[in-house]
Design a protein around this ligand. Structure first.
Ligand code: PGA
Length: 259
């Protein structure tokens, strides 16, 4: 049986960066220069919420825009929160959920991540849901168990797996310049896929896209994207630079099916 090819997905997580001027420059001088086949690669960038509308207006239509976070609540008396309904109202289709910076710096635990995933699903928002271990866990050899717990925590929030992308981002590789080797990234993404096969279904495991994130740059993108279970990236620092174009191009050039 011919297995369906997974479309690659390159996310650019701009984190809490950017000014009105710099996002204009980044959109016009970098993003809009990206050349890729939209049937093969999706590109989604995530600016801060107050820049969502401007970035959406600035970028070419083949570039999608994502919120970096959303509230576990709906609209109402929740000062400082941004509800999924409001993200949808801006005609934004994507949200990042459970990024390790949200988890470690802002106290988002597994139950909050699960509630956010449930809200995104209820609203029909597509989500890049992040998982990833600390250096301590990696060194203790308990990465897979840790990831299993993170995945289990939000699994039951998912009713439509086609709008979920799993982002594997080892915390020790984020913003540190310490990329996971292609072997480590691949074996961990393969574990995540096998977990989905066992706990959801073989079909979902075959179809779900798994991104790698953590110090992805122009130099390592091609090696990482050629791994069988890596279907794209969630890029931080390099997404703010022309390097992002090289990363998109590495995905666009990768031959045919990774499946
Ligand atoms: P980095 O960040 O590419 O700067 O390591 C990745 C991320 O946090 O999504």
């Amino acid at each position: 049986m011919e297995l369906a090819q997974r479309k690659m997905i390159i996310g650019g997580n701009w984190k809490c960066n950017g000014t009105v001027q710099s996002i204009k420059e980044l959109s016009e001088n970098v993003l809009n220069k990206a050349e890729f086949d939209s049937n093969k690669v999706e590109v989604v960038v995530a600016p801060i919420s107050v820049h969502l509308t401007s970035v959406k207006a600035l970028v070419n239509p083949n570039i999608q825009v994502s919120c970096q976070n959303m509230s576990a609540t709906g609209a109402g008396a929740f000062t400082g929160e941004i509800a999924g309904e409001q993200i949808k109202d801006l005609d934004i289709q994507w949200v990042i959920i459970g990024h390790s910076e949200r988890r470690t710096l802002f106290g988002e635990d597994d139950s909050i991540v699960a509630a956010k995933v449930a809200r995104a699903q209820a609203l029909g928002l597509k989500a890049m849901v992040c998982v990833g271990e600390s250096l301590e866990i990696r060194e203790a050899g308990t990465t897979n168990d840790f990831l299993k717990d993170q995945l289990t925590a939000f699994k039951d929030s998912i009713t439509d797996w086609s709008s979920i992308v799993l982002a594997y981002e080892p915390i020790w590789a984020i913003g540190t310049g310490k990329t996971a080797t292609p072997e480590i990234a691949e074996s961990t993404c393969a574990y995540i896929r096998s977990w989905v096969a066992e706990n959801v279904s073989a079909e979902v495991a075959q179809a779900v896209r798994i991104q790698y994130g953590g110090s992805v740059g122009a130099k390592n993108a091609a090696d990482l994207i050629s791994q069988e279970n890596i279907d794209g990236f969630l890029v931080g620092g390099a997404a703010l630079k022309p390097d992002f174009l090289s990363i998109i191009s590495a995905a666009n050039q990768f031959p045919e099916s990774q499946a």
